[in-house]
Design a protein around this ligand. Structure first.
Ligand code: NDP
Length: 494
């Protein structure tokens, strides 16, 4: 589509009804370049404000977002189809992250003295984390506030400007988040949104003025973004989803585990990067767990307890995974008939082979596979077998054993006796490994992700007869240093 001025536009649609929610410009590479150039200027101004003023502005933004909670939730609800209550909770979670980033940026990133060591005894050493400049954020549609805000708030708190490209399915949410920021920071476009399709994101990733890209989406697109970043050696954070497993050990609270598995798998119609997609249950409690799970699932319905599938193309993936899982395993709840586009009712399939798409590939729908295992070791081995490594869950009655299993789970985050709880702890880093990507948002690591470490060593006084970095250095000085180093480091302890 295009307007009378020739500007190409696109519509965001309500996935439940297909009606138009909003019309937005398709910003091309030139428009992105102009936005980034303005943001470069804004970044210098924002960095110059200093820690205290940035903190004040970000806390004000937090208040503005909180005051506009229902307005934001309404746009999220219309663009994604998720219930307004879920959208509200998403915004609340984002608010806690803005708050944490604002309050902790100086502590984590500000200048500090570090020990220079004995050899550098005449030096004062300081470490600080400086802003990068302009950070490009490419966001997803499944949590269009919470997920990008995990990068945006931390990048802003670290002193950067942000140019945000929201998903083409949720542009209105992205535009509103930036508009509200301008209420707290009206002077400069420190946080702005560019709208468009994939090519707008590609232009942002390839723009030489962007000093880091924070991407959330599929592994395949992350690789394309990384290729675009390579042109300028632009670093990136990649959050690419997962195939998260929930393990139920023999001594677990089976009712709580079933409740958590169901919510973890079905809430947000399963469109959660850290949602539960696989469950491994130890033999001793398998039957009891399945009874609890199926009883609970029978009361859950798409369109009432959760919304439609936001991205129409995803329905084909969901259909394919269900068909294969049902053919090779046993459908316990629902089946192919559960897909009533744009809705999908809960589907639970047991005993699906580990090499099937429903166990190996991200489904991103309200489906879950359940498998009986001999013990928690077998569960962990199976949980760790996939290419993804984002998050996971362990239900166990033994805290020490659960933590030990959690450590060995090949993921960035693990929740114990609850699902996804790590996402609500702002001080915990969030991110994965393998096909789930790399880099971290949230917490101190999330702040450092958007900053560059700067080390400064200042000579406080000259060490007499110890000027090692001079052509005037003699053998005597070197002998002295060798003696010192041998004394400090040359003794072997057995
Ligand atoms: P994509 O990975 O294609 O999109 C994610 C973001 O990248 C969107 O903003 C998208 O813009 C943008 N984008 C697309 N192409 C490019 C490009 N060449 N250069 C730069 N940016 C680009 O995900 P989809 O929305 O298509 O979803 C596909 C699958 O990804 C899902 O089924 C799910 O499995 C997974 N996913 C995982 C998420 C997670 O939380 N980790 C979130 C969303 C999806 P635009 O929307 O305009 O195309």
């Amino acid at each position: 589509m295009s307007t009378a001025t020739g500007q190409r536009t696109f519509d965001s649609l309500d996935p439940a009804t297909g009606s138009v929610v909003g019309t937005h410009p398709v910003q091309d590479a030139r428009a992105v370049r102009a936005a980034v150039a303005e943001a470069e200027h804004a970044a210098r101004w924002w960095a110059g404000l200093g820690w205290a003023e940035r903190r004040r502005r970000l806390l004000d933004y937090k208040a503005v977002v909180t005051q506009n909670l229902s307005r934001i939730a309404e746009v999220v609800h219309r663009e994604t189809g998720k219930p307004e209550a879920d959208a509200t909770l998403e915004v609340i979670l984002a608010v806690t992250h803005i708050d944490w980033a604002a309050r902790n940026a100086r502590r984590v990133l500000g200048p500090r003295r570090v020990r220079p060591g004995l050899v550098g005894a005449n030096l004062a050493a300081t470490l600080e984390y400086l802003p990068l400049g302009v950070v490009g954020v490419i966001g997803p549609w499944n949590y269009p506030v919470f997920t990008p805000m995990g990068s945006i708030a931390y990048a802003l708190a670290a002193g950067n400007a942000v140019v945000f490209k929201p998903s083409e399915l949720t542009p209105g949410t992205g535009v509103l988040l930036a508009e509200l920021f301008a209420e707290s920071v009206p002077e400069q476009p420190v946080f702005r949104t560019v709208t468009g399709l994939g090519e707008t994101g590609a232009a942002l990733a390839g723009d030489p003025g962007v000093k880091k890209i924070a991407f959330t989406g599929s592994t395949a697109t992350a690789k394309r973004v990384m290729t675009a970043c390579a042109a300028n050696l632009t670093p990136m954070v990649a959050e690419c989803g997962g195939k998260d497993a929930l393990i139920v050990d023999a001594d677990a609270d089976v009712r709580a585990a079933a409740d958590a598995a169901l919510w973890g798998a079905m809430s947000n119609a399963g469109q959660t990067c850290v949602g539960v997609e696989r469950v491994y249950v130890v033999d001793a409690v398998y039957d009891a767990f399945m009874r609890e799970l199926t009883e609970r699932a029978a009361t859950i319905r798409a369109g009432e307890d959760y919304g439609p599938i936001t991205m129409p193309a995803q329905l084909d993936v969901i259909r394919r995974h269900i068909a294969d899982a049902v053919a090779r395993g046993r459908a316990v709840v629902g089946g192919p008939e559960s897909v009533r586009a744009p809705y999908v009712d809960p589907v639970i399939v047991e005993d699906v082979p580990e090499d099937s798409p429903a166990v190996r590939e991200e489904t991103f729908g309200p489906t879950v596979t359940v498998k009986r295992v001999a013990d928690a070791e077998e569960a962990l081995e199976k949980a760790n077998a996939g290419a993804y490594g984002l998050a996971g869950t362990i239900f166990s009655g033994n805290a020490r054993r659960a933590v030990e299993l959690a450590r060995r789970m090949r993921t960035g985050m693990t929740a114990i006796n609850s699902v996804i709880s790590f996402a609500s702890v702002p001080s915990l880093p969030f991110g994965g490994l393998g096909d789930s990507g790399f880099g971290r948002i949230h917490g101190a690591d999330g702040l450092r992700e958007f900053a560059r470490p700067k080390g400064i060593s200042r000579q406080r006084f000259a060490l007499p007869g110890m000027n090692l970095t001079s052509f005037a250095r003699g053998q005597k000085e070197l002998d002295q240093v060798v003696r010192l180093v041998t004394f400090l480091h040359g003794r072997r302890k057995r």
